[in-house]
Design a protein around this ligand. Structure first.
Ligand SMILES: CC(C)(COP(=O)(O)OP(=O)(O)OC[C@H]1O[C@@H](n2cnc3c(N)ncnc32)[C@H](O)[C@@H]1OP(=O)(O)O)[C@@H](O)C(=O)NCCC(=O)NCCS
Length: 207
């Protein structure tokens, strides 16, 4: 079945947020006692899953299904502010909503000028290992280059060895090893890698 990468569309919200919820279930369930569909719903209400398209928000489509999602973030990006629907979020449990929001704020990163940061990348479990994550990251790289951003970056848990290998195979290298007692306590993730890929160098090499 053919996979294409395209801009997120409003009709993709349910599938895209389910993929994110499923991919980050281990993190979410440390914060809230919820099922994958409930996590997906909560993430929409809290504005963690973005309901509207913007430049740098892409999905993979395999056949008729959304199979993956990538969200890029850079300084000066034109993103609509996402409303938080607290009343709806509370219906999934006030404490669940508060803890999830706190956790997401903790993981939030503000990229520096010139940096294209991968905020999320996830592929649905039944589509993993088929090259879709690679396609999403490579398309993100094209957007970064076209937007004149010389650095492509992300954070990944040191323990997520498969993902670290994938990023290394795509040209990222470890820039920093960051320890956090807070994320250790909250998510069970004591160490993160900041991984980067310089994009200007490769353009020079092609000349
Ligand atoms: C990481 C992720 C996006 C990769 O997507 P994908 O479509 O499976 O990736 P690809 O098919 O393009 O590449 C496969 C490569 O990914 C690596 N990989 C990533 N996660 C892996 C895992 N959990 N187990 C084994 N290998 C993994 C392997 O190196 C594999 O290479 P191989 O096929 O030569 O063994 C996907 O596994 C995912 O959504 N994981 C859960 C969420 C997550 O960890 N996101 C990254 C957080 S920074």
């Amino acid at each position: 079945m053919e996979t294409i990468i395209r801009t997120f569309d409003e009709g993709d919200l349910e599938e895209a947020s389910t993929i994110m919820a499923e991919s980050f279930e281990a993190k979410f369930t440390r914060l809230a006692d919820l099922s994958v569909p409930e996590i997906a719903e909560l993430s929409v209400h809290l504005g963690i899953s973005y309901p509207r398209p913007f430049h740098g928000y892409l999905v993979a489509q395999t056949g008729e299904s959304v199979s993956g999602v990538i969200v890029l973030k850079w300084k000066g990006q034109d993103r609509l502010s996402m409303p938080m629907r607290w009343r709806k979020a509370r219906k999934l449990g006030l404490w669940n909503a508060v803890k999830t929001l706190f956790g997401m704020i903790l993981l939030d990163t503000s990229p520096k000028a010139g940096e294209c940061y991968i905020e999320h990348v996830a592929v649905s479990s039944e589509h993993r290992g088929m090259g879709i994550g690679t396609m999403l990251i490579e398309e993100g790289e094209r957007i970064a280059r076209r937007s004149g951003l010389p650095l492509y970056s992300l954070y990944v848990a040191e323990s997520n060895e498969g993902a670290v290998r994938l990023y290394q195979s795509l040209g990222f290298s470890i820039d920093k090893r960051v320890k956090s007692w807070l994320t250790k306590r909250i998510f069970g993730i004591p160490v993160w890698y900041r991984m980067v890929k310089a994009l200007d160098q490769e353009i020079d090499d092609r000349r």
